[in-house]
Design a protein around this ligand. Structure first.
Ligand code: SF4
Ligand code: MSK
Length: 633
């Protein structure tokens, strides 16, 4: 049932029960949300912008291009294909840059941990040694801290590398894929370098050939997926522990009336981990008691939420589209934010309540926020300072509303290591049982559903797609805010096996696993690359990712990071389906992305607008791969 409130016509589109409940309360009556703003804009988006053919890369423009109309080229003569390709490539570069900067902070934090200087230690020594081997580091008869320090320094060097040798972790890909990248000249060399070269080549008057631009877009995206994001995931696991399955809860009902509620929003888990540790400190708990609270309740929002959910079982209050709604409960003492996906509007929403928005990263401040810099080398003190500020707000809490009934049990923590042992058992750890179930048809294939939520599109899109996939016996992997929304829909627990077709249900019930496996945050899409490569290695499903009956989608993508992820999936051989890519105004470029790339990298982009159409494409592509493998007898 959808609701209407306070003249918010847009709210008729909200199907999320917890959001509906909060927005229909008196306490939220003055809160303006993105739903209101979507409605208030009252005009459709600029056609040139949404079809990818608006260029403002120099001051002779902005130029709006109409494909095939001679008088509507750019002043410089740029065609629709060139402009759309440049815009698309810049989106990939921006998304990759965000993951890259995040990853750099994680590597620096890792080096502090290796030196024994920070709050954190090396927790997963096995994983440390495996990653060290990829960097050619000797591990026998060496102290853990020495291996870690050498690894940290070599990892940091990957960002600024200037020689033309490929990034170290590329050797994790299948031999066929590595050879293809070499042949195409798209094996990334230095993580920062690829973004810089992409920005240079899209500058006015440089690369004006869309195939050539896309080669560098692929190289940039690969430097994210197999470089920055993979480094971040791996080093974060080594420091904070590789996720294992654990029960947790999600949705707004995780907030607590009698405790100090602090939500952590953003992406880099160094801050969130420090807050988790500080929140258990007797001094902080005592302070909370003095303010009349029974404890400190940390809850996540967006991908920081996914990081601490996966590793610590800390509840997630909401995904991207709920960041304002979490505050509209009036029950949050502080929202602590770092980087990425934090809407400027949270500071406006917070003004209605006693809530503070605490920015913690010098790279990301906002009007109306209070800035308390998080210092990694003083992590515990910084975290305590932030918590102290939040705890002191508890006494100021006024009228509030927590939709108590809206919380859902989830099982999370499906790292690729977990999937490895889950199906084969501890002593036969292997992806082979998964492959066998695909070959015998009990599992038809694997679908990754990743990325954001988006106010402009139906908020039950993820759920609709996934229910259709499960009915068709397709195992689903999920990350990011897509995973949160699937958790809220009850699809991340083993009981959801009842929504599957008979054969997938049987597999899930035998193993006791949910049919949708939560693999982490948006940087953790790199886990999917490793899992897919491992499936290839175990045999029976071809010799590259492009042979697997597997496909990805980010149906409600919002962030540029999602486009970078899509491009690294495609360049790694996995097809993807997205809604609304800004490429429709450039005929040749559009055809190249949605068909032509297949001939080069064995995968391409697909575009569809309706959730069931997206599901249909995914099912058809998976069945086509099964046919090609000869396992559809
Ligand atoms: Fe116009 Fe060319 Fe300048 Fe773009 S680069 S704004 S198309 S003149
Ligand atoms: S937080 S990038 S809205 S997944 Fe990673 Fe969510 Fe998308 Fe941000």
């Amino acid at each position: 049932m959808a609701i209407k409130r306070n003249g918010c016509e847009g709210c008729t589109d909200i199907t999320c029960v917890s959001t509906q409940q909060v927005l229909s309360q008196d306490v939220a009556k003055n809160v303006k949300t993105a739903y209101d703003r979507v409605k208030a804009r009252g005009m459709s988006a600029c056609l040139f912008g949404s079809s990818g053919t608006c260029c403002r890369n120099c001051n002779m423009g902005p130029c709006q291009i109409i494909d095939g109309v001679d008088d509507m080229l750019g002043i410089c003569g740029a065609t629709a294909d060139t402009v759309a390709a440049r815009n698309f490539a810049r989106t990939v570069a921006a998304g990759s840059a965000a993951h890259t900067d995040h990853a750099r902070e994680m590597v620096k934090g890792f080096i502090e941990a290796a030196k024994g200087e920070g709050l954190h230690q090396i927790k997963d020594v096995d994983k440390l040694k495996k990653l060290a081997a990829d960097f050619g580091i000797v591990t026998e008869e060496r102290e853990v801290k020495d291996i870690a320090l050498e690894l940290g320094e070599k990892a940091l060097a990957e960002f600024g590398k200037q020689d033309d040798a490929p990034l170290s972790m590329l050797k994790r890909a299948t031999p066929k894929r590595q050879a293809l990248w070499q042949k195409l000249g798209i094996a990334p060399r230095g993580i920062d370098r690829e973004v810089v070269e992409m920005m240079h080549r899209t500058h006015m008057g440089v690369d004006q050939e869309y195939h050539n631009l896309m080669l560098q877009a692929s190289r940039t995206a690969l430097s994210d997926g197999w470089g920055a994001s993979m480094l971040s995931t791996e080093l974060t696991d080594i420091m904070f522990g590789t996720p294992v399955p654990r029960r947790a809860i999600v949705d707004l009902g995780v907030l607590k009336l009698d405790q100090v509620n602090i939500t952590v929003h953003g992406h880099e888990p160094l801050l969130a981990e420090a807050l988790c540790i500080a929140a258990q400190d007797p001094e902080m708990l005592e302070l909370a008691k003095k303010q009349g609270a029974k404890g400190i309740n940390l809850a996540g929002v967006c991908c920081t939420g996914n990081e601490i959910l996966m590793r610590r079982g800390i509840p997630v209050a909401g995904g991207f589209v709920q960041q304002e709604i979490v505050l509209a409960t009036g029950a949050v003492e502080a929202m602590v934010v770092d980087v990425q996906c934090v809407m400027q509007s949270v500071a406006e929403v917070a003004k209605n309540f006693h809530t503070d928005i605490i920015t913690t990263n010098y790279r990301a401040k906002m009007p109306g926020g209070i800035h308390i810099q998080f210092e990694e080398h003083e992590a515990l003190n910084s975290a305590k300072q932030i918590l102290t500020h939040a705890i002191k707000n508890f006494k100021k809490r006024g009228k509030c509303f927590i939709p108590k009934e809206t919380k859902m049990d989830v099982v999370v923590g499906f790292s690729h290591e977990t999937i490895n042992t889950m199906l084969g058992g501890r002593f036969r750890a292997s992806y082979r049982p998964l492959n066998d179930n695909i070959i015998n048809g009990r599992i038809r294939g694997v679908a990754a559903i990743v990325g954001c939520d988006n106010f402009k599109l139906a908020d039950d899109t993820h759920e609709t797609i996934v229910r259709e996939l499960l009915k068709n016996n397709i195992l689903v992997l999920a990350t990011g805010c897509a995973a949160t929304s699937l958790g809220k829909a009850g699809l991340l627990n083993p009981e959801a096996a009842r929504f599957c077709g008979d054969s997938l249900r049987e597999v899930c019930e035998t193993v006791g696993m949910p049919p949708v496996l939560h693999m982490g945050s948006c940087v953790d899409n790199s886990r999917i690359l490793i899992a897919a490569t491992e499936m290839v290695r175990q045999g029976g499903l071809g010799d590259d990712i492009s042979d697997l009956p597997a496909i990805g989608t980010a149906p409600l993508w919002m962030s540029e990071k999602a486009v970078a992820i899509g491009q690294y999936f495609v360049a790694s051989g996995a097809q993807v389906v997205f809604q609304n890519l800004p490429i429709s105004g450039a005929k040749n470029f559009n055809k190249y992305l949605t068909e032509g790339l297949m001939g080069e990298v064995g995968a391409h982009w697909n575009i569809a607008s309706e959730p069931l159409e997206i599901a249909r494409i995914m099912i058809e592509k998976i069945e086509a791969k099964r046919d090609a493998l000869g396992i559809n007898k």
